[in-house]
Each structure stands twice: as structure tokens, then as C-alpha cells.
Design a protein around this ligand. Structure first.
Ligand SMILES: Nc1nc2c(ncn2[C@@H]2O[C@H](COP(=O)(O)OP(=O)(O)OP(=O)(O)O)[C@@H](O)[C@H]2O)c(=O)[nH]1
Ligand SMILES: [Mg+2]
Length: 627
């Protein structure tokens, strides 16, 4: 499993290539971005890798097993989308290496499934030349047959097959149409080499004319752009209306998360409190029971309360991705991005960093320019990730009054949350500008991103995402947060002096008081200090930590924690703490993935230090200005 495993992100945990017996053959799934490779991969293997309606979703190769009708098995490798076989970006490098058998852990494929979008053939056929030139048995799969038909496009499959010298089939991976023929090909390709109709292309024809020529000879008529895609684009890509709508979408999403999730969190809170009370009534009163209830139940429960909120956020991100809106947002953002020296391609990774920085950093692989890529990696953790949401929600609920701000649409609490999102965004923009005008200066790249058609997000795909997200969230709560909570509980009870000894004299208290001089200028006491230490592993751990430290009183309502916090933190201190969380890089998974993706410790260490300094300075200023 890659480090994707414990984050809030993509949900596509890389499946480790299984130790395979020699008899299992390997077939590669290749094609341009967003052509439906992963949808087909999921059909063939029964796995559930992430699919979304914008280019560049798959970033690593994923392996799965397809069972052929005759009982044999084939290993299928799903690859990131590529337009050519020249390895320019890291994405293309992965595809190139796998196809040439140069990727450790992957056998060289014996056949290729080339997936092209049949509604966009003039562009997608260009990839056919270099792939066919590899000389491997290849099935050319024209995907999105449903779309082609409904939009009155057409082509002659036999002629195209003749032109390409390879079998061609029309498929709708999403509807499952034509998948049998893919299985037939796999069965045949595995028994004997597929006869090619024409000699293998040795000189790969460059450029569009070849693709256009082949398309013409095969009688390809490109489908008309769906009227509603054109209509919607007129609105969403409007030079003035587009950006306004974008802002409206963002504000709407954040407002809904805050408003709708509150009752849900309260319900979850009641469930956890009730079950905790029940457990307390049936378990004998011992130290172990106390560990179970105060340490585990309250600690982990205090984080679980935020599950509905986090899922709601991922539901919105899912809808934006699957509908095709995200690519439009990237186009709108391109101009703004250019101002800070970045390109539109950085936008999609940055937007997905609102879910989690780890998959966002992996998604920067589509950026060919190394310096742009590093700059994007460095600013991604400033985006407000879903692990910050519970921390923000807790502190805002405790310190910010529930009053109307702009009418009843935006309350002061919603405005505070929006402000924190904006703060992270501004920090990212300013940092990008600094980087791109100094160490990471490079020429401006043109913006090339294919606009997918708008599609209805399917309930199934959204449902799967949420199940994935919930699993990731629960896994974090059940592993890292549980572990930190138990360790902390023990530290808070050692030396154990009859239960009534103040926590201040425990190991945890000593640790907190040791660092207190450093954080005192920020208005934080030693209790918050312990929270800052534990949240270095993962941000939301601070909640269970504070729960353990403050939750020693019998009042087991969630409001008790808010009340306790209000006694210990001034408003300035609370705002400082919020700012600290907006800026600091408190996430070990992110540090690990930055090290991996930048190939060394230099960048992650610089990034950690830079974000830490900003966090400290921000909190210091807030505390001294607000008091
Ligand atoms: N209408 C239609 N949509 C499809 C079909 N197959 C896939 N899609 C949609 O096309 C979009 C892209 O699908 P993916 O499977 O993620 O494409 P991919 O080639 O893996 O994309 P990358 O990993 O980004 O290269 C998703 O919104 C799918 O639901 C199809 O047969 N018909
Ligand atoms: Mg994919």
C-alpha cells in the first residue's frame, strides 16, 4: 500500500503488484486522459479504482486480475492517461516504463488495450501510431459508444481496423456494452499472437495529419458537441459570469457543510455519549474501564463526530469532479494562476488538496514543468484539507458567536470558516508568487486541458467515493488517533496518584509545561501545547487530545470541551490557534509524500520550517492584536 493509505484523499490505494506465477500474463490499458480506462479496468477486474470526469485522475499504475470466460486469468495494468509516448511528465514516464517493461514490479505487457474516446477520435487517434509501433498485439477500443450514438457521430469500424492494422471495437465501458469482445480479445491474445493486418509501423507518423487521414478514410464523423454542454459552457466559462459563479459555488459548498453538518454532528455526538454512558453502567469501575471510556471512547469518539461533515465535503468535491465542472474551474482559474506565475494545470491538484494534500501532491505529476510542479507541491498543504475541518468547526463553535453577518445567509460563524479557507488560499498564492519570481522561475506554459462533456455524476460512483472516504476516516481514527489517544491517556495518568491528582503533575503535564515558554507568547497554555505536539502526526488528533486532557470531569457532553476551552483560551488565543492550524504542516503523511515526489529531504524540510514560521508568526500577531 502506498502512503495514500492513511490520508483523506483519493481513496485509490495502489494495489501492490501480486507475486505472480509465470503463467499469469500481463496486459496494459493505455489511452489519453479521461478516455475511460479506469472505468473499463473496473469492469474487467471487478475492482473499484477512482474514476472522475476530468483528465489526470489515475496517477500510478494499478494492477488487477481479470478472469477470462475459459477460466484463465490475466493481469491488467491501468495506466495514467497519455497523449504521446515521449516521456515528458512523470505520468507519461510511468506509462512509458510499464509498456517497455522497465518498471520494477511490473512484467512487460504482452498485449495492449488501447482505449480512445470515440467522440474525440481526431485527437485521440494520434496516440494509436506510437502504441501500434510497439509491435504488441493491440485491441483498439473506441469507448463512449453510448455518447457517440446519442450525439449522431459515426464511423466504419472495419475500415478503421484496416487502416490501423489492428482489431477495433466499439465499447461503452460505463454501460458495460461491448466488454465481451474485450474478453474475447484477451482470450485470443493469450493463446496466440494476434495477427496484424498490416506490417507494424516502424516510423511513427507524427502529427495530426496522420490521425485526421485515418479518421477520414474510416468515414469518421465527429459527434456534435451536446447542446447542453455548449449552453452550460456559455454560462460557466463566461468571462464575468464564470468567475462569479465559481465563487458562488465555493461559498455555497462551505455554507452548506457548516449548516447542514451541525445537526448531523450533534446526532453523532449523542450516539457516542449515550453508548459511552451505557458502557459505563455495565463495566466495572476500574482503571481499565477508565482507559476504555475516557481514553478510547471519548478520544476517538470526539473525532468520529466530524465524520458527517467530512463526508459532506467529499460529496461536493465528487459532484464537482464527476460532472465535468472541475475542468471549467481550472480554465477560469488559469488567468488568475498565471498572475502568480503558475499554470492552470496546477489548479486541479490544488483544488483536490481541499480534500487532502497527499493525493493532490501525487496529482501534480501531470505538470510537465519541474519547477511549476515543485511550486505546486509546496503550496498544496496550505489549501484547507478535510482534517482541518473538525478543528475549525470545534474552535469556531466554541469562540465565534452565532450571529447574522450578511443577512441570515452568511452568519459570523460561516464567515469565519470562509475566512480561514481564504487565508490558506492567500498564503498559497503569495508563496507561489515568491517562489515563481525567485528560485523556481520558469517560462509560462500554455494551457492545454481538454474540456470533457458535462455528465451526470452517477449515484453509484458518488456512493463508492463516500464509502472509501468513510473507510479512510475510520482507519485514521482507529489507528493513528487511537494510538496517540491511548499513549496520551497513559501519560496523563502516570504517575498515578489516586485519581484526583491534577493532570498537571502527570507525564503529559510535564511535557506540556516544558514547551509552555515557547507557546506562551501565542496565548496557549501547556494543555494546548500537548495538543500541538500530538497533532503533528495528524491535525484532527488535537481534538481527541483536548478531549482526554479536559474530559476528565464527569460531564460528558461535547459542549463541555467548548466550555473548558473558553476558560483557557482568550479570543485572540483561539484565533491564533485557528491561524496556526491554517498554516502549519501538521501531517506526517504529507511530509512523506513530498519527500517521495521531490526525491529528497530538502524540499519537505524547507516547507515544514516555512509553514511553521508562518504559523507561529500568524498566531503571535493574532494574539497580540486581538488579545
Ligand atoms: N458516457 C460515457 N461515459 C463514460 C464511459 N466510460 C467512462 N465514462 C466516463 O468518463 C469519465 C472518465 O473516466 P475514467 O475511467 O476516469 O477515465 P480514465 O481514462 O481512467 O482517466 P485518467 O485516469 O484521468 O486518464 C468518467 O466520468 C466516466 O464515468 C462510457 O462508456 N460512456
Ligand atoms: Mg484512470
Amino acid at each position: 500500500m502506498s502512503e495514500c493509505g492513511d490520508c483523506h484523499g483519493c481513496g485509490s490505494v495502489a494495489v501492490a503488484a501480486p507475486m505472480q506465477p509465470a503463467a499469469v500474463r500481463t496486459v496494459a490499458l493505455v489511452g489519453p486522459p479521461n478516455s475511460g480506462k479506469t472505468t473499463l479496468f473496473n469492469r474487467l477486474t471487478g475492482l473499484r479504482q477512482k474514476v472522475a470526469n476530468f483528465p489526470g485522475v489515475t496517477v500510478e499504475q494499478h494492477t488487477g486480475i481479470a478472469h477470462l470466460p475459459d477460466g484463465r486469468t490475466v493481469e491488467i495494468v491501468d495506466l495514467p492517461g497519455i497523449y504521446s509516448l515521449n516521456p515528458r511528465s512523470d505520468d507519461e514516464q510511468v506509462a512509458y516504463d510499464v509498456l517497455h517493461g522497465k518498471r520494477a514490479g511490473n512484467a512487460k505487457p504482452e498485449a495492449v488495450l488501447l482505449v480512445l474516446d470515440s467522440t474525440n477520435l481526431s485527437r485521440h487517434l494520434m496516440l494509436a501510431a506510437p502504441i501500434l509501433a510497439l509491435g504488441l498485439p493491440t485491441l483498439v477500443i473506441l469507448n463512449m459508444a453510448d455518447d457517440l450514438r446519442s450525439r449522431q457521430g459515426k464511423l466504419d469500424l472495419r475500415k478503421l481496423s484496416h487502416e490501423l492494422g489492428a482489431p477495433v471495437t466499439l465499447v461503452s465501458a460505463r454501460a458495460g456494452e461491448g466488454v465481451d469482445e474485450v474478453f474475447d480479445f484477451l482470450q485470443g491474445a493469450m493463446t496466440k499472437p494476434m495477427p496484424t493486418l498490416l506490417p507494424v509501423l516502424h516510423d511513427v507518423p507524427k502529427c495530426r495529419e496522420w490521425a485526421g487521414g485515418v479518421g477520414n478514410k474510416a468515414g469518421y464523423r465527429a459527434p456534435i458537441a451536446p447542446t447542453w454542454t455548449r449552453r452550460l459552457d456559455r454560462v460557466f466559462l463566461h468571462p464575468v459570469g464564470g468567475p462569479l459563479l465559481f465563487i458562488l459555488v465555493v461559498v455555497g459548498v462551505i455554507r452548506t457543510i457548516f449548516m447542514a453538518a451541525l445537526p448531523l454532528s450533534n446526532a453523532a455526538q449523542s450516539a457516542i455519549t449515550l453508548s459511552g454512558n451505557w458502557l459505563a453502567s455495565v463495566l466495572p469501575g476500574s482503571l481499565l474501564t477508565s482507559l476504555l471510556l475516557d481514553g478510547v471512547w471519548k478520544g476517538v469518539g470526539s473525532v468520529l463526530v466530524f465524520l458527517p461533515q467530512v463526508l459532506l465535503l467529499f460529496l461536493f468535491i465528487g459532484i464537482l469532479e464527476d460532472s465535468g465542472y472541475l475542468a471549467r474551474a481550472a480554465l477560469i482559474a488559469d488567468r488568475t494562476m498565471a498572475r502568480v506565475g503558475l499554470q492552470g494545470k496546477s489548479f486541479i491538484p490544488l483544488l483536490s488538496a481541499y480534500g487532502c494534500a497527499v493525493p493532490a501532491i501525487l496529482a501534480t505529476r501531470t505538470i510537465e514543468n519541474k519547477r511549476d510542479r515543485i511550486a505546486t507541491i509546496l503550496i498544496a498543504p496550505f489549501m484547507t484539507c478535510s482534517a482541518r475541518l473538525p478543528v475549525y468547526a470545534l474552535l469556531i463553535a466554541a469562540f465565534i458567536p452565532e450571529r447574522n453577518f450578511i443577512g441570515s445567509i452568511i452568519t459570523v460563524q460561516v464567515a469565519a470558516l470562509l475566512g480561514l479557507y481564504l487565508l490558506g488560499f492567500l498564503a498559497a498564492v503569495i508563496t507561489a508568487r515568491l517562489l515563481k519570481s525567485s528560485v523556481l522561475k520558469s517560462a509560462q506554459a500554455p494551457f492545454l486541458l481538454e474540456m470533457p462533456s458535462y455528465r451526470w455524476p452517477t449515484v453509484q460512483s458518488l456512493g463508492l467515493r463516500l464509502v472509501d472516504r468513510a473507510k479512510v476516516f475510520l482507519r485514521r481514527a482507529g489507528t493513528i488517533i487511537l494510538l496517540v489517544t491511548v499513549i496520551l491517556w497513559v501519560m496523563a495518568h502516570v504517575p498515578y496518584a489516586g485519581g484526583k491528582e491534577p493532570i498537571e503533575h502527570s507525564l503529559a503535564g510535564t511535557l506540556g509545561r516544558t514547551i509552555e515558554p515557547v507557546i506562551k507568547p501565542l496565548g496557549f497554555n501547556w494543555k494546548i501545547g500537548i495538543g500541538l505536539i500530538t497533532s503533528l502526526a495528524a491535525r484532527e488528533t488535537i481534538i481527541s487530545t483536548l478531549g482526554t486532557i479536559y474530559g476528565m470531569d464527569p460531564e460528558s457532553e461535547g459542549l463541555a470541551l467548548q466550555k473548558a476551552l473558553r476558560q483557557d483560551l482568550s479570543l485572540g488565543g483561539a484565533v491564533g490557534l485557528l491561524i496556526f492550524f491554517a498554516f502549519a504542516m501538521q501531517c506526517m503523511s504529507t511530509v512523506a509524500v513530498v519527500r517521495r515526489e521531490t526525491g529528497g529531504w530538502t524540499w519537505p524540510i524547507l516547507q515544514f520550517a516555512y509553514m511553521g514560521v508562518l504559523a507561529y508568526a500568524g498566531a503571535f500577531i493574532a494574539y497580540h492584536v486581538i488579545g
